[in-house]
Structures are given as C-alpha cells and as structure tokens.
Design a binder for this molecule. Structure first.
Ligand code: X8Z
Ligand code: ZN
Length: 623
C-alpha cells in the first residue's frame, strides 16, 4: 500500500457547480504517494494523542455519509429554485446553501487534525478533496455562510430573470441572443449588446462583498486566496497549474491569431472601415454571439468560397420536424450506440426541457444528479437549432458521466478534473460528422472532400474562438479573487483581459457603473471557467485517441465513433473512475498519455490553418 504524508494545504473543490447542476463538485488533487511538505499555515498542532488510521477512516465515513445525505436534500431544493424562481424558492435555496456550506466547512476544518500523519493514498486523497471542496467557502464566523448564500442566490436570480426592453418589448436573453446572431445592422447589434449589459451593474457591490467573505473562508482553510484554492484542484500545486494553462494556450494561440485575422478582414469587407477597421481589435457585437465566445453565427459572412457543405444543420432539424425531445432522443441514441444504458424513465418525467411559459427559471443549460444514483436530469430551454443540438449532447455527457461513477464513494463522485466533466458530451459532439448525419437520416448527401474547409471553418468558429474567451474569464476572475483587481477596476480589467487574449473591444465606451463580467452566466453563477478551456483541449485528445482505437485513417474531422461499442467500453472505463485517481491516470487510461496537450487540435485543424495562412498573406495580423 502506498502512503502519503498529508499536507496542511487544502485542495479540491466543493463547488456550487451550476453546470453540473448541484453544489457538490468534489474534485481531487492529492499528489500520489509523495511526501508532501506541511506548508506554513496557522493550524492547530496535532493532538498529543494523534488520531489513528481507524479514527481517520471513521471521520471520512461520517463526512461522506452526512454530506451525501445533505447533498440530496440541498439538490432538490436547488432544483426547485432553478426551475421556478420566486421569493420563497430563493429563500429556501439560500437557506439550504448556507446549511450545506456550514457542514462542508466544518468537515474541511476538521481535517486539520490529520495533518502530518502518514496515511494510505486513498485516505489522504479524500482528506484533501474534503479540505478544498468548496467553490465559495464561508469562514466559520457566525452568520457568514448565511450572508454568502443570500448573495450567491441573489446574483443567480438577478441574472436569470434579467430582461431588456427593446423597441417597446421586454426581451429575454434567448431573444436578445437571437438578434445578436442574426442581425447584420451594426446599430441594432450595439443596442442589444449594450442592453443586455444593463442587467449586471446592480450585481457589482454584492459580487465584491461575496469575494471578500469567500476569501476569508479560503484563508481559514489555509489558502492565500480563493484563486489559489480553485487552482489547487488539478493534482499539482496552483502555481504549476497556471504555468500549464499558459503552456496549453501557447500551443493554440497561433491558430487563433490566424482565425482572428481572417475574420476581421471579412467583417471589414461586410461592414466597412467605419464599423470594423481592417486593423486592431474586433468589435465584440459583430461576432454573432452575446459574449463573442463562439462565432459560428457569422459563418455565412466568413464562409470560404467553393467549400459549401451543402447543408445547414438548423434547417435540416426544422425540415425533419425535430422538436426538443427528438433532439435529446437522438443524443441518447448516440450514447446507446456506444453501449451505454438508456436514460431512466425519471429523466424524461423530471427534466426541464423547454422554457416554461408561466414562471421564471434559470435557462442556462445544466445537467443534474439529484440522488447520486439514477435521478439524473437536464434543465434546458431547448430550441430547435444546431447550437442546442450540440448543447443537448454536452449536457447528456454530464449525466452519463454521473451515472458511470455512481458506484464510487461520495467524495469520488466527480470528474477526474472539472475539464473532464465538460469534455464528455463535447467529445461525442465531435462525432456529429456528415457521415453520421446521413446515417441517422438528417442529410441525404455526404459533402465531398472539397467541402472540408467549410466544415472546418464552422467548427473552428466555435472551438478555436472559444479558447481565448475561456482563458479571459478566469484570468480576470483570478485577479479579482487574489486581490490584484479591486472592485473599482473590475470592468476596466475585464476589457483589458478581453483585448489581450481575444483581441476584441466593446462597440462603444462603457458607462462608469458597468459590470460587464456580470452579464456572463458563470460570473454571477460562480462556475469556475478554466474547466471549459481544459475541456476544449482534452475533447480533441479524446477524439483523436478514439479514432485511433477505431482504426480510422481519414482526416480527424471526418471521423465519427457512432456505433463503436469497443471505443464506448474504453471510454466508459475511464468515466467509471470518477475522481478516484489523479486525473493523469484517467487521461492515460483512455488516451495513453498523461499530459493535456493542444497538438490534437492543431492536427484536426491543419488544413484550415494552411488556408488561413494563405488568405492572410500580406495582411498584418494581431491587434
Ligand atoms: O455553460 C456551459 C454549458 C453548461 S456546463 C451549457 N458551457 C459554457 C458556456 O456556455 O459558456 C458550454 C460551453 C461553455
Ligand atoms: Zn457543462
């Protein structure tokens, strides 16, 4: 048996995870079987009679049992709030959230008694998970958890019920987003883009107060600040993880710069110098998405000539009479084709699939696991279009992962790291190729090889454009959480970070009270965002490994693993591990490599990169 000396550092995360639905997102970290130095944190010395292994095991058993029980209760309260936002459901959610945080903080603090002990790996890992498993930790001061929980519930509700009155009509985010995606009128785009950002200024003071309290919570658990606590969930010291993120970003940045350069030139052609100059950053409202995070909405403006794939997925779904249920059934059938069990009846009975007409809900898509067993559900406001077709697969990926690791013990019911959780469904989405669409009858003709550039361009507009956005969100937030960025600089820092990584700017000057980060769900929702960056890297690694296992010999973007039970079994084996092992072990189990690596993305988009470089020849790229 390997043994680990327990460090005093708290590591892992018990998250109020909006995208995986429920609050508990224990992520693992322990350095496997190494002697970890006790850091300089103010903790109680080990009692004269140090706890035995039996004491430690008893402590962990009790923690898992009590947290497990309370998590189901809290999940059901949160589900009620998210699918019916009222004064009372907010009140109940704030109360349940505070109770859960108090319990989790108690168990996290209690682990200090085991510091310095030589423990079996499994126990050391669980203790570390327990210690840092809280995304927004409260200090143990009386009333702190309650105040924190009221703030977080309020931020979430403010975002989810936000509307903007445009041309005399109160429009919701989905309606405003459709305008941003389809309108080509710069004045209208700017009005709607600015309009949605009027929902967030009232959040700013509460957000700043939340940061203050949560940092006290992080300090109490032995972290310098909450950013370090979040970054401690990756089986390596936080500073190493920052280096890792920079390394991965460096691998894919050249591809983004070519895409940016090409898209800017096309927008300049479309709108002229007065709206989009041929040099400098791109105007954020012209990119077909409310946050300029995925750009496929402007594919028609930037499509390479003579590379038309010959179909538009949204049109095909409509033409074939798909509704939201049929889209989900199609996603389920993909997982079934890989050998996964069908979704339980309760999934269909209890999920929220479309926006209810009669009440306020959190529309941002999420997947839930209510009882840590079979009560899995999605909560979406699904519309019949290509974007939501992919989102359905994304959400189902969370649910299938939750079911795969349901036999793990409570603290291991989680992704190998949070990026894995986000990558499962997107990995399946990469297999939605023309061959697959033909196989399920959505298209009649598979486009020829000449259409590859068009196919790759659509995917790149979503996947490559997203990478610097994901880096932006948490770079900004780490600065806020570690105190580098004080509240009076929140908005300025947001735009500096946006321009630095994405090369975009706001369409006009921002008002003094603007709090633009608050207009992106994951900021008021307190969902860490690094997970998506990691997911976008790893999903291509998964795809490449899967296609190799399937013996695929063509270009990666034409490979679909639909119907391949052997690949399905291999993937499921990784999913079943949950968080029971350090993430490099899980990655290795499926891909044979222990490192996250951007080279699979580079390989996938290689033909597009060649095209972009040719098109950009003679242009001055960058901003
Ligand atoms: O939030 C989500 C999912 C739920 S975890 C719908 N995503 C990020 C976003 O919308 O900003 C998926 C892609 C990135
Ligand atoms: Zn997700």
């Amino acid at each position: 048996m390997k043994l680990t000396y327990l460090s005093g550092v708290a590591v892992a995360a018990l998250a109020l995870s909006a995208c995986e639905g429920f609050p508990l997102d224990f992520l693992s970290v322990a350095d496997e079987a190494t002697v970890v130095e006790t850091p300089e944190v103010a903790v109680k010395p080990v009692k004269p009679t140090a706890p035995t292994l039996v004491d430690t095991q008893a402590y962990l058993d009790e923690a898992e049992a009590r947290l497990g029980e309370m998590s189901e209760y809290a999940a059901r309260v949160f589900w009620n709030q998210a699918t019916n936002i009222t004064f009372d459901t907010n009140w109940l959610a704030a109360k349940a959230g505070a109770e859960y945080t108090v319990l989790a903080v108690e168990y996290a603090n209690g682990t200090k008694q085991f510091e310095g002990l030589l423990l079996p790996d499994d126990m050391a890992r669980k203790i570390q998970i327990l210690r840092s498993g809280i995304t927004i930790p409260a200090p143990s001061t009386a009333g702190a958890a309650e105040e924190l929980s009221q703030i977080t519930t309020g931020l979430d509700a403010t975002y989810s019920t936000g509307t903007f009155n445009y041309n005399g009509e109160d429009l919701t985010l989905d309606q405003l987003s459709t305008i941003i995606e389809t309108s080509r009128d710069p004045a209208e785009l700017q009005a709607v883009w600015e309009g949605w950002r009027t929902v967030s200024p009232p959040m700013k003071d509460n957000y700043a107060r939340m940061v203050e309290i949560a940092n006290q919570g992080a300090n109490e658990l032995g972290f310098d600040n909450l950013a370090d606590m979040w970054l401690s969930n990756y089986d390596m010291p936080p500073e190493d993880m920052r280096v890792e993120v920079n390394r991965l970003w460096g691998q894919v940045e050249p591809l983004y710069e070519e895409l940016h350069c090409y898209v800017r030139a096309e927008l300049n052609d479309e709108y002229g110098d007065g709206v989009q100059p041929a040099s400098g950053p791109i105007r954020a409202d012209l990119l077909g998405n409310m946050w300029a995070q995925q750009w496929s909405g402007i594919y028609p403006l930037v499509a390479p000539p003579a590379a038309d794939p010959g179909y538009d997925l949204t049109e095909r779904l409509e033409a074939q009479g798909y509704d939201a249920i049929k889209m989900i059934e199609t996603g389920e059938a993909f997982f079934s084709s890989l050998g996964f069990d069908p979704l339980p009846d309760t999934f269909w009975e209890r999920s929220q699939i479309t926006r209810p007409r009669d009440r306020e809900v959190v529309c941002h898509a999420s997947a839930w696991d209510l009882d840590d067993q079979d009560d899995v559900r999605i909560k979406m406001c699904t519309e019949v279009n290509s974007e939501d077709f992919y989102t359905v697969h994304h959400e189902l990926g969370h649910n299938y992962y939750q079911r795969a690791y349901k036999d793990q013990s409570f603290l291991y019911k989680s992704g190998a790291n949070d990026g894995f959780h986000e990558a499962i469904g997107d990995f399946i989405g990469l297999s939605i190729t023309p061959d697959y669409l033909k196989a399920i009858g959505l298209i009649d003709e598979v486009p020829p090889a000449e259409a590859d550039l068009g196919l790759l361009m659509t995917t790149a507009l979503d996947k490559i454009a997203f990478l610097p956005f994901a880096v932006t969100v948490d770079s900004w937030r780490w600065g806020v959480l570690d105190g580098t960025t004080p509240p009076e600089q929140y908005n300025q820092s947001w735009w500096e970070t946006r321009t630095k990584y994405q090369g975009i700017v706001a369409p006009g000057p921002r008002p003094d009270n603007a709090f633009d980060p608050g207009a992106k769900y994951h900021i008021p929702g307190n969902t860490p965002y690094l997970r998506y960056f990691l997911s976008y890297v790893m999903q291509f690694q998964f795809h490449k490994a899967a296609c190799e296992q399937a013996g695929w010999e063509g270009p990666l973007h034409r490979c679909s693993i639909y119907g391949n039970e052997e690949v399905g079994a291999n993937f499921r084996a990784m999913m079943e591990m949950g968080a029971s092992q350090p993430w490099p072990d899980a990655l290795e189990a499926f891909t044979g490599t222990r490192q996250m690596d951007g080279s699979a993305i580079i390989e996938y988009f290689d033909p597009l990169m060649t095209y972009l470089e040719e098109e950009n020849a003679g242009r001055t790229c960058g901003w």
